[in-house]
Ligand binder design. Structure first.
Ligand SMILES: Cc1cc2nc3c(=O)[nH]c(=O)nc-3n(C[C@H](O)[C@H](O)[C@H](O)COP(=O)(O)OP(=O)(O)OC[C@H]3O[C@@H](n4cnc5c(N)ncnc54)[C@H](O)[C@@H]3O)c2cc1C
Length: 477
């Protein structure tokens, strides 16, 4: 086989539909179930046209030829379908999608290639704090303008930067922030902050126009001063140091970023100083469900490969569905996928019910808001709106913490992430058991998914840390 021209398309067989009819789903109300199906159908169409034919080639190119290659053509096609602005409130021109809907999209795209899916996933993660800012000033300057650029055919990518070289797990829980391992610092200066330090493993970090950065304003008091900032990739003092050589999900770049005295204006902070801890917890309570969905998608992709392979006429009996042992393994794979799917659907639907800004905000009419644009865009008005936004955010945080909603959701989402990612690794491993080594393209595609699967046990907090943070609740009260 001469690479990469000869690399085949990934074969797809929606074998799971022989076992489960998605339309018969009593977990969610009918209307939502229909929306899920529409999203799933669109994602399948997108995957068949753009991902399955090229995912193996893209992986090969990035690993062997052009380490910094980004499949922009695919990103742009996804952008046209609203995959970048999926979670932006409708008033900003976005789709106003629910977390559960986004998760369904992630599952189906990840079944084809979780690396490509994660470009859209990491974008949503990056934009999440901006969405939850409740801040018309920030919405206007980032989301509205991103959607406007999209309309001109220009993707605007966001990234979320929390991990530091010596603080990975430590930045994901309160006590960790007190350990003194933080190196990034955003020192208060006139009119804003000066950010210095490095962030590592940042998905989309090298292709993002805007990076939402978490940093302490006093690194010795990480817990109390942990805050949220927006940094433009064109800011003076910002540099992409390098992109990682990854084992899996290679289509989505993970970058090390340097901030050398980068000035951040007060208006590019999200929420008051010190609100970063609650913001991080909120983002993780939102995003760990969709990571469960990415994981479920990886498992589903591996199941489709294994079942498709086993169903071929020329597959040897020992690996064929004619063999009851193989059928039993496939059913076990499928059962675990269903468990992972139910877990992420529960976690994301719960998030949408408990914590997503009210539908009136996400779904609000775009036209009346747009009519106000000339007024809103006046700088002095935007500045005032910014302060009002900060106040709303403070109240919202007080409410979700004191009501216990945030903790409740955090546990569910962390659990869905762990269940999903362990399922992904297990199911991808079984696919490699069923498919005979060297039987391409099934074998190549299953190998890729196995490598892709490992990462979901690591990002958004390692599974060990996720289980610890759930387990800690056993000690309380
Ligand atoms: C490809 C990739 C993409 C990523 N994307 C992003 C991104 O977009 N944005 C971002 O901010 N971060 C991102 N991350 C970072 C990711 O969230 C961290 O890698 C993860 O939180 C683990 O941190 P660490 O790598 O420093 O490992 P460490 O924290 O050093 O952990 C190493 C090991 O020790 C264990 N461990 C650590 N602390 C404890 C403890 N207290 N008790 C028990 N065990 C412990 C961990 O479970 C793990 O097994 C990404 C990482 C990767 C690999």
């Amino acid at each position: 086989m001469k690479y990469p021209e000869d690399l085949p398309s990934i074969p797809v067989n929606y074998a799971e539909e022989k076992l489960f009819s998605p339309e018969i789903n009593h977990l969610v109300e009918k209307r939502l179930s229909k929306r899920f199906e529409k999203i799933r159908r669109d994602a399948r169409d997108f995957s068949e046209k753009f991902i399955y034919p090229s995912a193996l080639k893209i992986d090969w190119i990035i690993k062997n030829e052009d380490h910094d290659y980004t499949p922009w053509d695919i990103v742009k096609e996804g952008m046209k379908r609203g995959y970048l602005s999926f979670m932006y409130p409708k008033v900003t021109g976005g789709k106003g999608g629910l977390t559960a809907e986004f998760a369904v999209l992630m599952e189906e795209l990840s079944a084809a290639c979780p690396g490509i899916a994660n470009i859209f996933g990491a974008n949503a993660l990056g934009a999440a704090a901006i969405v939850f800012s409740f801040n018309p000033d920030i919405w206007e300057r980032y989301l509205v303008r991103a959607v406007e650029a999209e309309k001109m055919g220009e993707p605007v990518i966001f990234a979320w930067a929390i991990t530091e070289p010596s603080a990975g797990s430590d930045v994901e829980y309160d006590e960790g922030l007190e350990k003194g391992t933080l190196t990034c610092e955003a020192k208060p200066v006139v009119g804003g902050f000066r950010l210095s330090g490095r962030k590592v493993f940042i998905s989309n970090g090298s292709i993002a126009k805007y990076i939402v950065v978490k940093a302490a304003t006093d690194k010795k008091r990480g817990r109390e001063t942990w805050s949220t900032f927006i940094v433009s990739s064109s800011a003076e003092g910002f540099r992409v140091v390098r992109t990682e050589y990854k084992m899996g999900q290679v289509a989505c770049p993970a970058a090390e970023l340097e901030f050398d005295e980068v000035f951040i204006s007060r208006r590019d902070t999200i929420g008051p100083v010190g609100s970063g801890r609650i913001m991080s917890k909120l983002i993780l309570a939102a995003s760990r469900g969709p990571v469960g969905a990415i994981s479920t998608g990886i498992a589903l992709g591996a199941f489709r490969l294994a079942a498709g392979y086993a169903m071929r006429e020329d597959t040897p009996y020992s690996r064929s569905i004619r063999n009851p042992v193989i059928r039993e393994i496939l059913v076990e794979m499928f059962n675990r996928i269903r468990t992972a799917r139910l877990s992420y659907l529960e976690a994301t639907s719960n998030f949408d019910k408990l914590l997503l800004p009210p539908r009136s905000i996400m779904d609000g009419a775009e036209k009346p808001y747009r009519a106000l644009t000339p007024l809103i865009r006046r700088e002095n008005i935007l500045e005032k709106l910014h302060r009002i936004g900060d106040k709303i955010l403070e109240r919202y945080f007080d409410h979700i913490v004191s009501s216990g909603k945030l903790d409740a959701q955090y546990k569910l989402a962390s659990s869905a992430k762990v269940i999903g990612s362990d399922t992904a690794v297990w199911v991808a491993s079984r696919a490699l058991d069923i498919i005979r080594p060297g039987d391409h393209p099934y074998w190549l595609a299953a190998q890729k998914l196995y490598r892709d699967a490992k990462l979901v046990q690591i990002y958004e907090g390692t599974n060990q840390l996720n289980k610890q943070s759930i387990g800690n609740f056993l000690l309380t009260g």
